[in-house]
Design a protein around this ligand. Structure first.
Ligand code: SAH
Ligand code: SF4
Length: 409
């Protein structure tokens, strides 16, 4: 039976007889559940029961919480405790990366990607020295993990399209259609967990899908609080990575509100304002000096690092002087650098550099003492780059150089 129904937003989610709104059931904290249930005349202990059913047992439909009285199940279902999305397409890559195109009540679609850890010679995981710190799409081995567990990183979207207009990005070219509600963001994680293979465990969540998370700050912040709640999924904040094109006031706010605990990935992509503004219009508002100053004042805990994402575009930001400037620019900031050979998009003739150029760029940064990785293009055969599946209407794309599974450094 398809239980999928239109999503209730915080504004429409009222409980009987009381006018102040509560957040959507999928993103209520246990405290907010207590309030909601008391308003319904229920006993407060049910709050933990309902929260854990959703976030530990992954139940997204109130009618499936069988340890609740039937009348309460029906009531919660009517109030919105039911799926807020349906999976339009699931495509599995040869490297077991799974890309889901999910559809919301208004027919808007975004993508979310499940990326199992890889190990073995040549993998990013095998090379990383960041034992417990790394939380990006190339997650690392943990010594305390039983060998049988396969760690999975999930990449989620925060907006339909994106307003930032980066010229190499399919979401940017499409423009912003709308923000996602927090339940639509958390809903992607619940759906992803439901689709893990036997022996897999969700270990990292990266907000690196479609959209700019810090442009949708409130929904992003609630997502972070729900995912890291100890009574729920309990993902430590360091295992949740927010990737941003550099919205300085929101970086400051995130740093303060989460005490620097959330892992931050910065999409830098250029080392001069002229070049960065050409690739990323947001740089005109928050130029490089302001962005780097925000990183320097971010309350980063000891032994933690920022991830610097640097998408390499042939003829734009991939030459030797650029690499040297990057090394100089980041001096004194705790970072690791991920080089991402640009994934071609249909709307642009921009292209990645050839492999020799990418390796030469990396070598300069390694020689300068940085941890620097070339990001594998995981799931390339299912269009697992930013924004692509949603914009292609789930049509397959041909494989390109740096294909999935190929060691790159
Ligand atoms: N808006 C956020 C998060 C989503 S984009 C941000 O920009 O950080 C996630 C990452 O994918 C960013 O580093 C972005 O620069 C990169 N990206 C977008 N389009 C790409 C493409 N065509 N090829 C390679 N990387 C791309
Ligand atoms: Fe938006 Fe990020 Fe794409 Fe830029 S790279 S357009 S900020 S999603």
């Amino acid at each position: 039976m398809n239980h999928w129904r239109p999503s209730l937003t915080a504004r429409t989610c009222y409980t009987a007889g009381v006018s102040s709104p509560l957040p959507h059931p999928l993103v209520r904290t246990p405290e907010e559940w207590r309030e909601a249930l008391v308003r319904l005349g229920e006993r407060p202990f049910r709050a933990t029961q309902v929260f854990q059913a959703i976030h530990r047992r992954n139940v997204r439909d109130a009618r499936e919480i069988t340890d609740l009285p039937v009348s309460l199940r029906d009531r919660l279902f009517e109030e919105g405790l039911r799926p807020v999305l349906e999976v339009d397409t699931e495509r599995r890559s040869t490297d077991d990366t799974r890309k889901l195109l999910v559809r919301f009540a208004d027919q808007a679609t975004v993508e979310t990607v499940l990326i199992p850890a890889v190990s073995g010679p040549g993998s990013v995981a095998a090379q990383s020295t960041d034992k417990d710190e790394d939380a990006d799409a190339s997650s690392v081995d943990d010594d305390d993990e039983p060998a049988a567990v396969r760690r999975v990183t999930q990449c989620i979207s925060t907006q339909v399209g994106c307003a930032m207009g980066c010229v190499f990005c399919a979401s940017g070219v499409a423009g912003l259609k709308r923000h996602l509600a927090p339940e639509e963001i958390v809903g992607q994680v619940l759906e992803g967990r439901a689709r893990l293979d036997e022996g897999e465990e969700l270990r990292n969540v990266v907000l690196m899908g479609m959209g700019e998370p810090l442009h949708n700050y409130d929904a992003t912040a609630r997502t972070l609080r729900i995912l890291s709640h100890r009574e729920g999924i309990d993902l430590s904040s360091r295992r949740v990575t927010v990737s941003t094109s550099g919205l300085v006031p929101e970086i400051d706010r995130l740093g303060q509100e989460f005490a620097g605990q959330v892992t931050l990935a910065i999409s830098l992509h250029a080392t001069t304002d002229e070049q960065r503004s050409a690739l990323m219009p947001i740089n005109k508002k928050y130029p490089l000096a302001e962005l780097l100053a925000a990183l320097r004042r971010y309350p980063l805990p000891k032994r933690r690092r920022f991830t610097i994402e640097f998408t390499l575009v042939a003829g734009q930001n991939d030459d030797v002087p650029e690499a040297r400037r990057l090394a100089a620019l980041l001096r004194g900031i705790p970072v690791k650098i991920n080089l991402i050979p640009m994934n071609p998009i249909e709307a642009s003739t921009l292209a990645p550099p050839d492999r020799t150029g990418v390796l030469a760029f990396q070598k300069i940064l390694l020689d300068a003492g940085y941890a620097c990785f070339i990001r594998r293009r995981r799931g390339d055969d299912v269009s697992a780059a930013c924004g692509q599946l949603a914009l292609l209407g789930a049509k397959p794309r041909p494989r390109r150089p740096f294909a999935a599974g190929e060691p790159e450094s």
